[in-house]
Design a protein around this ligand. Structure first.
Ligand SMILES: *[C@@H]1O[C@H](CO)[C@@H](O)[C@H](O)[C@H]1NC(C)=O
Ligand SMILES: *[C@@H]1O[C@H](CO)[C@@H](O)[C@H](O)[C@H]1NC(C)=O
Ligand SMILES: *[C@@H]1O[C@H](CO)[C@@H](O)[C@H](O)[C@H]1NC(C)=O
Ligand SMILES: *[C@@H]1O[C@H](CO)[C@@H](O)[C@H](O)[C@H]1NC(C)=O
Ligand SMILES: *[C@@H]1O[C@H](CO)[C@@H](O)[C@H](O)[C@H]1NC(C)=O
Ligand SMILES: *[C@@H]1O[C@H](CO)[C@@H](O)[C@H](O)[C@H]1NC(C)=O
Ligand SMILES: *[C@@H]1O[C@H](CO)[C@@H](O)[C@H](O)[C@H]1NC(C)=O
Ligand SMILES: *[C@@H]1O[C@H](CO)[C@@H](O)[C@H](O)[C@H]1NC(C)=O
Ligand SMILES: *[C@@H]1O[C@H](CO)[C@@H](O)[C@H](O)[C@H]1NC(C)=O
Ligand SMILES: *[C@@H]1O[C@H](CO)[C@@H](O)[C@H](O)[C@H]1NC(C)=O
Ligand SMILES: *[C@@H]1O[C@H](CO)[C@@H](O)[C@H](O)[C@H]1NC(C)=O
Ligand SMILES: *[C@@H]1O[C@H](CO)[C@@H](O)[C@H](O)[C@H]1NC(C)=O
Ligand SMILES: [Cu+2]
Length: 633
């Protein structure tokens, strides 16, 4: 038994006293409503605003503060929630935000209170975590100030800058075409713009010979961006809320949901303004429309009178840039490599067409499908059965973790796309990744997938970097470790919102017994469930009598009948395209073998003569056709 010495007890009390003294409660009242905005100057559109404003307010707290957000859903036609991305929610799993995981969706007219202690530092963000919700504008920075950070005395001022992709249409308008038989390759919708702090062509006004802390966050839905400043290098000091050893860098690759804090020292002269360059990772885009501006110039403005030159980009394509490799960073606290795992989980990412013809994302053949009861409530109501993963159903892909186990996740990618994976409730150690960032990152893309080999891998770092969102390379793999020291239901998912809607996620049911001992659900959360008609006890099928009877659980779309292959669907749909060119009935016959019920239950009228023609005329297919012109011409 560890015994506290008098000295350490005294120090502990001083610590308690000082944190008690400075910690305060920071309260935000959010009335979430539709407003209009035109951030790229190209199209005014409906966006999700807070208190009649957009861009949304940046949430700012100090380490140790209690953060309270009273969220009123004034949208009228849409469910909502808030996930505070990167917050551990240690002891407050019910404040994490993903709907049907840790809470019920907040229906129009209801109010939901988030309330938790922030014992972390650095750069985070918040966003809606209900279906198709944050790309409509419901996302913004969350900053945790720490005036005791090791670099606190090395800078004079700070900036927060977000980058994001931007669509001109409401997500609910494009989503049905995306998850459809007419988009069999799962081509993601192409954004119309790339924003810099929710605008374009802006200036960061700087003084000469001054050091700034710049916080960078990709709050987009899909596309990663490269970032650099002409004529300036900078020093990385924090990644996803974890302080790093100060590390000089020239170029960053910021995937969806990732954050970097950098120190930038300005020049001593003020005769020139320098382009701040952001370039979309065009490898992620299925096609590049001629009017899409992939790169943006904003300025580090030393002198408003001086010229503001456009970026002079020296590479043809963004993938020729050589960004800093986050695997090589070292956490400032030098937390060593965790010991060999108690539990190793090996997962493989696949994209497959299921029997409605649409393209789904699967981890070990499971496409995440939410349960009928938010999973947190299944844990809390299932008593001693809570450690039995059967309770949570097959299609939430539940993995039960024992309290304080060292968990290793090996993620292999059979898909040719890269996927920024995010773990809720934790940061994790980055042990291995192949191919590495930089010039080799896309090396496996067009070959065959390469899986992790536990008997032949590069040596793990002594002090592995930790972060909460890590990019899985095309057809490559990564290996991460964390300690299951935070009881809760935590999602592990790709943060490309399109891929999450295809099911690219799973649930860790971490320390369910400790959850039962420690968690109390506020009455307000239960009331919101009641208003929405969602049960707060029972297994994944909402059976609260027999927790091992999953009859009626939500299931993923079925597998294709024997004989059908994904390639076959693609070929079929391309023949549908040729049907438009005049051979309609052949195709109608072919597609009628498929079930057309979508995930949302909607019926695609593809197999009905006229309907087929109409649907096929949709943008998605026409563009797919253009891309693969030689196949159908
Ligand atoms: C939210 O804002 C809308 C639009 O301004 C207003 O009509 C409504 O009364 C507000 N609701 C609350 C709870 O503040
Ligand atoms: C909100 O969520 C509930 C439960 O999932 C669902 O039945 C309902 O259709 C959703 N409401 C809206 C407006 O999307
Ligand atoms: C927030 O939680 C703290 C700690 O549990 C509690 O003391 C406080 O009353 C809560 N505040 C609100 C507004 O719910
Ligand atoms: C540091 O921040 C705390 C609040 O978290 C504040 O009370 C204190 O005065 C600050 N110290 C300095 C040196 O700014
Ligand atoms: C958070 O800040 C404290 C004080 O500056 C520091 O000791 C701690 O290591 C930081 N945490 C991380 C994860 O970097
Ligand atoms: C970025 O936008 C946010 C929200 O509008 C604002 O608070 C912040 O100051 C902006 N950053 C810069 C560098 O202007
Ligand atoms: C730059 O700042 C440092 C101290 O911050 C000062 O010693 C130095 O003289 C300054 N140089 C110029 C050219 O202003
Ligand atoms: C930035 O770092 C690179 C690589 O170390 C170096 O070649 C370059 O000269 C540096 N640029 C500046 C402006 O310091
Ligand atoms: C600015 O001037 C100071 C002192 O003359 C020097 O130490 C520093 O390196 C210069 N900074 C830059 C970015 O040139
Ligand atoms: C940068 O944008 C210009 C204009 O849209 C385009 O011609 C060029 O190919 C882009 N370069 C990169 C690397 O994205
Ligand atoms: C180990 O991996 C390396 C790099 O992938 C490969 O070149 C080598 O052939 C492998 N060795 C064995 C014994 O499999
Ligand atoms: C959660 O809090 C416990 C102490 O109550 C601590 O041991 C554990 O490391 C924390 N976990 C995280 C992820 O913050
Ligand atoms: Cu993904």
């Amino acid at each position: 038994m560890a015994r506290l010495s008098h000295t350490s007890l005294w120090m502990f009390m001083v610590f308690l006293f000082s944190s008690y003294c400075t910690a305060k409660t920071v309260t935000y009242d959010f009335n979430v409503t539709w407003v209009t905005a035109n951030p790229d100057g190209l199209k005014e559109r409906k966006v999700i605003g807070v208190n009649n404003q957009w861009p949304l307010p940046v949430i700012e707290v100090n380490r140790g503060d209690q953060l309270v957000v009273n969220m009123h859903n004034g949208l009228g036609d849409k469910n909502a929630s808030i996930h505070f991305h990167g917050m551990y929610q240690n002891g407050t799993n019910e404040m994490d935000g993903p709907v049907m995981v840790t809470q019920c969706p907040v229906p129009p007219g209801a109010t939901f209170t988030y309330n938790f202690t922030v014992n972390q530092n650095g750069t985070y963000w918040y966003h809606c975590h209900a279906d198709y919700c944050y790309p409509d504008g419901y996302r913004q920075a969350l900053i945790v100030h720490d005036n005791k950070s090791y670099f606190a005395d090395q800078y004079e001022e700070e900036f927060t800058v977000t980058v994001s992709d931007w669509y001109h249409e409401l997500i609910e308008g494009i989503a049905p075409d995306f998850l459809s038989v007419y988009n069999p390759t799962g081509a993601e919708p192409i954004p119309q713009s790339f924003l810099f702090n929710d605008t374009l062509n802006s200036n960061l006004k700087v003084k000469p010979n001054t050091t700034y802390l710049i916080r960078l966050i990709n709050i987009g839905a899909f596309v990663a961006q490269y970032f650099y400043i002409e004529g300036h290098n900078f020093t990385i000091v924090e990644v996803d809320g974890v302080y790093t050893e100060p590390t000089e860098a020239e170029i960053l690759y910021i995937a969806i949901a990732q954050r970097y804090a950098i120190l930038l020292t300005t020049k001593n002269t003020t005769d020139t303004n320098y382009p701040i360059v952001t370039i979309a990772d065009s490898v992620l885009l299925d096609k590049i429309p001629s009017d899409l501006k992939l790169n943006q110039t904003n300025w580090l403005e030393y002198n408003a009178e001086a010229p503001h030159p456009q970026a002079d980009i020296t590479v043809e394509v963004a993938s020729d840039l050589n960004p800093h490799d986050d695997m090589t960073l070292i956490p400032h606290d030098h937390m060593p490599l965790l010991p060999d795992p108690d539990y190793t989980i090996t997962l493989t990412v696949n994209m497959e067409n299921l029997d409605n013809g649409a393209s789904y994302a699967l981890l070990n053949n499971i496409s995440y499908t939410p349960a009928k009861v938010p999973t947190i409530f299944s844990v809390l109501s299932s008593g001693s059965l809570a450690t039995n993963s059967l309770v949570y159903g097959e299609f939430t892909h539940p993995l039960v973790l024992n309290h304080n186990d060292v968990v290793e996740v090996i993620l292999n990618n059979n898909d040719g796309g890269s996927h920024p994976f995010h773990l809720h409730g934790h940061t994790f150690q980055l042990l291995d990744r192949a191919p590495s960032y930089g010039p080799t990152f896309y090396d496996y893309k067009d070959g065959s997938p390469v899986s992790y080999d536990a008997f032949n891998h590069t040596a793990f770092p002594q002090y592995p970097m930790r972060r909460d969102t890590f990019v899985l390379p095309p057809q490559g793999y990564f290996v991460i470790r964390f300690v299951a020291d935070n009881p809760g239901v935590w999602m592990f998912h790709c943060h490309i919102d399109w891929h999450l809607s295809q099911g690219l996620g799973l649930l860790f049911i971490e320390s369910p017994q400790q959850m039962q001992e420690r968690l109390t659900i506020p009455q307000n959360h239960l009331d919101v469930c009641r208003v929405g008609g969602i049960p707060t006890e029972g297994n994944a099928a909402a059976n609260s009598v027999d927790y091992l009877d999953l009859k009626g659980q939500n299931a993923q779309v079925g597998w294709l009948p024997a004989g059908f292959t994904s390639g076959g669907i693609v070929a079929l749909v391309f023949s549908v395209v040729s049907a438009v060119m005049g051979v309609a009935f052949l195709v109608v016959y072919g597609l009628s073998d498929l079930k057309f019920k979508g995930k949302g239950g909607g019926v695609v009228e593809g197999s009905q003569g006229e309907g087929a023609g109409k649907e096929v005329g949709s943008t998605t297919v026409r563009e797919a056709y253009r891309d693969n012109g030689d196949e159908v011409r």
